[in-house]
Ligand binder design. Structure first.
Ligand code: GLU
Length: 233
């Protein structure tokens, strides 16, 4: 079982994400990573092995992550591909960056179709493929929320995702369909999501456990929810 976290709001995002991942460590993992906004671009720092490896990388880049108020993080338990840095999450596809818990059962079919359409996945994971689907949807649908929702409907299997995009800084989109996802409003302004309540309860006791088939949108103004199937609030 792996762990995902996401944050957008008023606090420094990277320490909050790292602390959140630490609270999910009990679930077990083989690699870890974070992604955060730095001057409009999303930077990813990840590593095989312990979360400390990621902290060491972050520590060697002073000034890069401090300003970030939005980001996502992940501890991976490899199911598709070796536990390497390359396969560690977050994964980037163009302006889309994501973390994923669980398994995409129809990944072979999706991969074959993506390659036929000219895409070149960089990792061995099933997870990375989802980013290409979101990217394709966003070529037609301008919004990240609708792009994630539509792309997610092409997946089979029990999983959850948390996604950010350079095209829409300031929102974090999560979907639960199988693997658990919990969301909360940051009392200081903002929103957080995580695989369980552990990373959130230090900020608030008021946490929301998503149902299967729910999409959560976190922003500085809090949380919104839409239905995965219909897209309706
Ligand atoms: N199936 C994905 C992978 O192998 C996610 C695994 C997980 O839930 O950590 O990267």
């Amino acid at each position: 079982m792996c762990g995902s976290v996401g944050y957008v709001g008023t606090r420094p995002a990277v320490p909050l994400l790292v602390q959140g991942l630490r609270r999910l460590e009990y679930r077990g993992y083989d690699s870890a990573g974070v992604a955060y906004f730095n001057e409009g671009r999303i930077e990813i720092q990840k590593s095989e092995g312990r979360l400390e490896n990621v902290e060491r990388i972050l520590g060697s880049l002073p000034g890069r992550a401090e300003a970030a108020r939005c980001g996502i993080g992940h501890t991976r338990w490899a199911t598709h591909g070796k536990p390497t840095t390359q396969n560690a999450h977050p994964h980037r596809t163009g302006h889309v960056v994501l973390v994923h818990n669980g398994i995409i059962e129809n990944y072979q079919e999706i991969k074959k179709d993506l390659i036929a359409r000219g895409h070149r996945p960089q990792s061995e994971t099933d997870s990375e493929l989802f980013g290409f689907l979101v990217l394709e949807e966003m070529e037609h649908e301008s919004g990240l929320v609708e792009g994630v929702r539509r792309a997610f409907r092409k997946l089979e299997g029990a999983c959850s995702v948390v996604v950010i995009s350079e095209r829409e800084p300031g929102i974090v989109v999560g979907v639960r369909n199988g693997s658990p996802l919990v969301a909360a409003v940051d009392p200081l302004g903002g929103a957080m999501v995580a695989s369980d309540a552990q990373p959130l309860v230090e900020y608030t006791r008021d946490v929301y456990f998503l149902e299967h088939g729910e999409v959560v949108i976190g922003s500085t103004s809090g949380l919104k929810f839409v239905d995965l199937a219909s897209g309706k609030p």
